[in-house]
Design a binder for this molecule. Structure first.
Ligand SMILES: C[S@@+](CC[C@H](N)C(=O)[O-])C[C@H]1O[C@@H](n2cnc3c(N)ncnc32)[C@H](O)[C@@H]1O
Length: 249
């Protein structure tokens, strides 16, 4: 019997089982322009948000890290430097096109010995319990249909004492920012998508999916409900982005 639930795909309600296929369509379509568009859309700010995330990993040489929904591998590259030659980074993504771009990019950058690539759904990660010292997911959770399942799956794969870092678009809190941000997201982003990436619909999905994603406090509760402890978050760029962290004890 088909699943009677529905879920959001941007502002549209779609059958629960259809979201992953629709999200795959978006990332198949944007994979080729993904890095260029990230720089253009954020004015390079995504590099600072990722650098801040990497500054909180507490990883030491020889440790193991997992980058979920890692796409073209920005965080994985930084994690690989932190764990060094004796450590290991696993870059996972559900989308073969994004994963291939990540593998090619990191290989071209000479990052080879300590990175593995695994195509996997964040909701059902194929790793033994207690495998990783740190798990990151950047701009990925918003696209996942069953967020509680993904958070539980990531917690399961963490070692006791390990931490999960979730970098994601969130809800602006700085006074006066919201109207400007809305105008940018709903008018400028789709135009950038149309003229640079020749794909207006995917960039409209981006703006809509950000609005539908749980806000800072709601995501904090979801992390606590998944059994993560010591959960807290930092607002970045006035809350346009938030970095949530939680531990497994
Ligand atoms: C916006 S990109 C982020 C890529 C990278 N982490 C970064 O920050 O640049 C979102 C990624 O999430 C992946 N994704 C979407 N749904 C997923 C799922 N259920 N499980 C794993 N990855 C997923 C997409 O394929 C895409 O590569």
């Amino acid at each position: 019997m088909s699943d009677p639930r529905s879920t959001d795909f941007g502002f549209e309600q779609v059958p629960w089982g259809d979201k992953a296929r629709r999200v795959r369509g978006v990332f198949d379509s944007v994979a080729g322009n993904y890095d260029l568009m990230n720089d253009l859309m954020s004015g390079g700010a995504h590099r600072l948000w990722k650098r801040f995330t990497l500054s909180l990993t507490n990883l030491r040489p020889g440790q193991q890290a997992l980058d979920v929904a890692g796409g073209t591998g920005d965080l994985s590259a930084g994690l690989a430097k932190q764990v060094g030659e004796r450590g290991l980074v696993v870059l996972t993504d559900i989308n073969a096109a994004m994963l291939a771009r990540g593998r090619d990019r990191l290989t071209d950058d000479g990052l080879t010995g300590n990175i593995r690539y695994v195509q996997a759904n964040a909701e059902r990660l194929p790793f033994a319990p207690n495998s990783f010292d740190c798990i990151t997911i950047a701009f990925g959770l918003r696209n996942v249909t069953d967020k509680p399942a993904a958070l539980a799956s990531m917690r399961h794969a963490l070692k006791p004492g390990g931490q999960l870092l979730v970098l994601e678009f969130s809800h602006p809190v700085a006074p006066g920012l919201k109207p400007l941000y809305d105008a940018y997201s709903f008018h400028v982003l789709p135009l950038l998508g149309k003229f640079v990436a020749r794909d207006e619909a995917s960039y409209r999905y981006l703006a809509e999916s950000i609005r539908m994603h749980p806000d800072q406090e709601k995501l904090l509760s979801l992390m606590q409900d998944a059994g993560l402890e010591g959960c807290a978050y930092h607002n970045l760029t006035g809350g346009i982005v938030a970095l949530h962290r939680g531990y497994k004890y």
